[in-house]
Each structure stands twice: as C-alpha cells, then as structure tokens.
Design a protein around this ligand. Structure first.
Ligand SMILES: Nc1ncnc2c1ncn2[C@@H]1O[C@H](COP(=O)(O)OP(=O)(O)O)[C@@H](O)[C@H]1O
Ligand SMILES: [Mg+2]
Length: 225
C-alpha cells in the first residue's frame, strides 16, 4: 500500500472569469521510504500540490489518502492533529517564530498538542543536525543554514512518517544548501521516512529516487531511478 496517494486531485482558485485551475485531476501513489521530487516552472502548481498532500489546503475535487485514510474527509480539528503527528514541513523561508529560541521553535509542534517532550530525542536531533550549541539562540542570531537546520529539527520532533519540503534550499547559498540537504536526506533515511520535496535545483532533483515534473497543473514527465 502506498503511504501517500492522491486521486483526481483538483484545485481551483476564484470564480467565473477570474477562475484559475492550479491542479488538474492529479493522481499519484508514493511508496513508504521514497525520496520524491517535484520540479517544474514557477506557477505550475507545485506548492499547491504539496499543500494539498500535506493537509494544509482543501481540494476542489478529488482525494488525498494518507496510509489509506482520506485526509479531507476528517473534521478540520482532527486533521490538524493528524497532520502534526504524521507530517513534518520544511519551507523555503524557514518560518521560525522570531521571539522564540531555537529549542522553543523545535518543540512547538509538541506543545500545540500538549504532548510530552522527549529530551533524548530532542538531543539526538540537535546533534544529528549540528545545532546542539544553538538551542538558546533566537532565529535572528542564527545564520540561514542554522535556521533551516532548526526548521528541520522542528519538522522531525514529532517523528513524522512523511516530510514535505518546499524549496528548502531556495534561500541558501549553494554550499550551505548542499549541507542542509545532505542533513535532511540523512535524517529522513535514518528514520525511514518518506521525503517529498519541491526543488528548482537539477543537482538536487538528480538525487531523488523519483522525479515528477509538473507543468500547468498537470504531471508532465516522470523519471524513476
Ligand atoms: N491563494 C491563491 N489564490 C489564487 N491563485 C493562486 C493561489 N495560490 C496559487 N495560485 C495560483 O495557482 C497557480 C500555481 O501556483 P503554485 O502552486 O504556487 O505554483 P508553484 O509552486 O509551482 O510556483 C499559479 O497560477 C498561482 O498564481
Ligand atoms: Mg511554489
């Protein structure tokens, strides 16, 4: 069984003359443990697709199945909890809370659900990502690469089965981006997670087991290694 699937997934914005269809009836099956990359031109619907797969939006038509469960058939409140327990998210712009320390940012997903902090797991993530000595810093006191490592730790703190990343190296220079990507891949591999990533970088896309190109809201091409 696929860990993540969508069937005839469609998303439109606006009404009448102003209607834009960002995704046209997309169907995909993703196997557990795969590293899958979406590529394609700007405005082709990649972020819309990732948000829908991650339970952050609502489809106009079609379904998203996570381990066989229909994500958008759940009540909103149930979906939020399910999302935090099943998915981790890494975005291009880090999305850290500026007034919270690195550690507080990392623990945020747990605190939102009133779950207990596993100090051992936090320490392991901090060491794995090389930020153990940055835990009391505010995001503004960290470099871009360090901020993104904090964001990766936050994405992994709930031991998610699926990690979504939308251009995670897009705001980093090449060397830092490669370092962060290697850490993300290594963490995900070590934890046996599925990694679904959007990237513009052909060198990153080449590392994926499966590469899906999106053009004008449709799947245009697929490469499987
Ligand atoms: N909230 C929104 N409201 C209206 N149109 C949107 C919205 N989000 C995305 N779109 C449109 O949907 C299309 C796909 O956007 P997006 O998924 O962000 O593409 P990508 O991530 O590939 O650059 C674009 O035409 C974009 O303008
Ligand atoms: Mg995008």
């Amino acid at each position: 069984m696929s860990v993540l699937a969508c069937e005839q997934l469609t998303r439109s914005y606006g009404q009448g003359e102003a209607k834009v269809t960002a995704l046209h009836a997309i169907t995909i099956n993703i196997e557990a443990g795969q590293f899958v990359v979406f590529t394609g031109p700007s405005g082709s619907g990649k972020s819309t697709l990732l948000h829908l797969l991650g339970g952050l939006d609502a489809p106009t038509a079609g379904r998203v199945l996570v381990e066989g469960k229909d994500l958008y058939a759940m009540p909103e409140k149930h979906r939020s909890v399910f999302r935090r327990q099943t998915f981790g998210f890494v975005f291009q712009s880090f999305n850290l809370v500026p007034v919270l320390t690195a550690e507080e940012n990392i623990l945020m997903p747990l605190l939102l659900d009133g779950r207990k902090v596993d100090r051992g797991w936090l320490d392991k993530l901090a060491h794995m990502l090389g930020i153990a000595d940055r835990m009391t810093h505010l995001p503004g006191q960290l470099s871009g690469g360090q901020q993104q490592r904090v964001a990766i730790a936050r994405a992994l703190i709930n031991r998610p089965r699926i990690v979504f990343a939308d251009e995670p190296t897009g705001n980093l220079d090449t060397a830092t981006g490669n370092e962060v990507l290697a850490l993300l891949k290594q963490s995900v591999a070590e934890l046996g997670n599925t990694l679904v990533m959007i990237t513009h970088d052909p060198a990153i896309a080449a590392q994926a087991e499966r590469r899906i190109r999106v053009v004008d809201g449709r799947l245009a091409e697929e490469v499987i290694r």
